[in-house]
Write a protein that binds this ligand. Structure first.
Ligand code: TNX
Length: 528
């Protein structure tokens, strides 16, 4: 078995070598510029890693990765013979998160603008190392197009072990994505421990039945067994630490005022009807939302946020804001009273009141809010960043109001949609978003005047998990489409070229295999 494996690895290496002598460095996302020179650097037992003190973590990261790939150890030393040198030079490398990677036959040097820049140089080198022991001599200059490069994961509908979340974050970092949007609460489950409210753990974290909705014929089937769980604050802290080491910021999302069924099942007093709630056992948009007329609702949410904030170091806190039906508010005397006393026109303005009140609270704690584009309804909170998901209209409107915007249109960046038209695809959400389509997305939409482009801070793809009951399924839906996202987020617009991306992906898939990712591997058949 082992001989076979070694044989296969040799063939891969030779293929990699052959392709690399044809001078294609299959880095994803594509670097800003690559100049090829003569010769190549060959990793062997003499290769060492040389790094200044502030780059110790980067050196260790590279050392561990190379050991996994080449199966021999690379010493971290201060001798410079045949070394991979890591260094910071913020004058020579001008862009934040940028780096130069220079390879000659005797040395590799990675110079970063900052620690993150060196980290990204290291990621490029690791991708190349998986492809071959021999790295062609070259000079690479690289830096990101957008400051915000995000991937999201919904753990409310289905949840996944922390070990998987670490793998996911690792993959984000490998492809130079720097933000993990962690969707922690939804109608079907509340997944973060809040010590002051134990029923969030005992009630809101569970639903009565497991939804098996991944069979084609019947999207909502139940096996009658309770489903659920939550992440403890200790686990959350550990994940944040892990992500920080990889230059990934975790943005937690606590949904309000909608998608609140689970929380209300635990604490019915914060809903307009005060009773009759249940953690949802099927998918969709539910009428049960937090009561906007009850001050105690706000105290509850503030208490929750008080426990959430110390766990996360992100500037942004995501407060949801999407899909909040207004029927309960319409029938609720307290909500109607609030509309009157605040001089609001209607329930849409009441939603805006809700979000603004929470924004004020969070701004007072030194944080800023992000919300889905519904937070534009009834007037945008003064400092809010908008995540434009129902197409680009919300993002365009927000940018024109000089608010920061993250583009994440469902038309192109929803990875819960089908990725091929094969009839044997596992059930997915209703849309169709091929790799080609993800790749074609351009965040600087022509529908927005250029003067507002600086407000588009970046892009994100969303992984809603209604039809992803397992970690393997999440991987299948996310990869390689997340690599196309990474290239949209990082690579200059002028360098984008789908055929070129595809040919790099053909080589770069070795990295996904190396990381044991259950990626969708029929991407070559897609041209639409
Ligand atoms: C809409 S995108 C939602 C999610 C669903 C998703 C399914 C957004 C802000 N809300 O609750 O999971 O569609 O594609």
């Amino acid at each position: 078995k082992r001989t076979l494996l070694v044989g296969i690895l040799c063939i891969y290496n030779c293929l990699g070598f052959a392709q690399q002598t044809q001078k294609t460095l299959a880095i994803i996302p594509k670097p800003v510029s690559i100049t090829y020179e003569t010769g190549s650097f060959i990793f062997d037992k003499q290769t060492t890693i040389l790094a200044e003190k502030s780059l110790e973590a980067n050196a260790k990261f590279l050392q561990t990765a190379l050991q996994h790939i080449h199966h021999f150890s690379f010493a971290i030393t201060n001798k410079s013979k045949q070394a991979i040198e890591l260094r910071i030079d913020s004058v020579k490398v001008r862009n934040r998160e940028g780096y130069f990677l220079t390879v000659s036959s005797s040395q590799i040097s990675i110079i970063g603008h900052d620690v993150a820049g060196v980290f990204y140089g290291v990621q490029s080198l690791i991708q190349l190392s998986v492809q071959s022991k021999s790295i062609p001599a070259c000079r690479i200059e690289d830096y990101p197009r957008f400051a915000y490069r995000g991937l999201h994961l919904d753990v409310g509908r289905n949840m996944f072990p922390i070990s998987f979340l670490k793998k996911y974050i690792d993959l984000l970092a490998s492809y130079k994505l720097n933000t993990f949007h962690w969707h922690l609460t939804d109608d079907q489950g509340w997944r973060i421990e809040i010590k002051k409210y134990p029923r969030l753990q005992t009630v809101a974290a569970y639903r009565q039945e497991t939804i098996i909705g991944h069979k084609k014929d019947s999207p909502h089937r139940f096996d009658g067994k309770p489903y659920g769980g939550f992440y403890t604050q200790l686990e959350v802290k550990e994940l944040v630490r892990y992500a920080t080491q990889r230059h990934v910021t975790i943005i937690p999302e606590i949904e309000m005022p909608g998608h609140a069924s689970a929380a209300l099942a635990a604490y019915p007093e914060f809903g307009c009807r005060q009773e009759g709630y249940q953690t949802a056992t099927f998918w969709g948009v539910f009428d049960e939302v937090f009561c906007a007329g009850n001050d105690k609702t706000f105290s509850f949410l503030q208490d929750v946020l008080d426990e959430v904030l110390p766990l996360f170091s992100s500037k942004y806190i995501h407060i949801g804001g999407d899909e909040c039906p207004k029927v309960r508010w319409k029938a609720c005397p307290k909500c109607q009273q609030r509309i009157k006393t605040q001089g609001l026109a209607d329930e849409h303005e009441l939603q805006s009141y809700f979000i603004q009140r929470i924004e004020k609270y969070l701004n007072g704690k030194g944080r800023e809010i992000i919300g889905w584009d519904e937070i534009l309804e009834g007037g945008l909170s003064p400092n809010a960043t908008v995540m434009s998901w129902r197409g680009e209209a919300g993002g365009i409107a927000a940018a024109q109001q000089k608010h920061e915007v993250i583009m994440t249109p469902e038309s192109h960046l929803y990875l819960d949609y089908y990725q091929s038209l094969h009839s044997d695809e596992p059930t997915a959400a209703a849309g169709y978003t091929s790799l080609t389509k993800v790749y074609s997305y351009e965040p600087h939409t022509k529908d927005l005047q250029e003067a507002y482009y600086p407000f588009i801070k970046g892009v994100q793809a969303n992984v809603w998990t209604e039809y992803m009951p397992s970690s393997e399924q999440v991987e299948y839906m996310t990869f390689p489409r997340a690599l196309a996202l990474a290239e949209i987020a990082w690579t200059p617009k002028e360098l984008k070229d789908y055929d070129d991306f595809l040919s790099r992906l053909r080589q770069n898939r070795l990295f996904l295999q190396h990381k044991n990712v259950n990626y969708f591997n029929r991407f070559e058949e897609l041209n639409y």
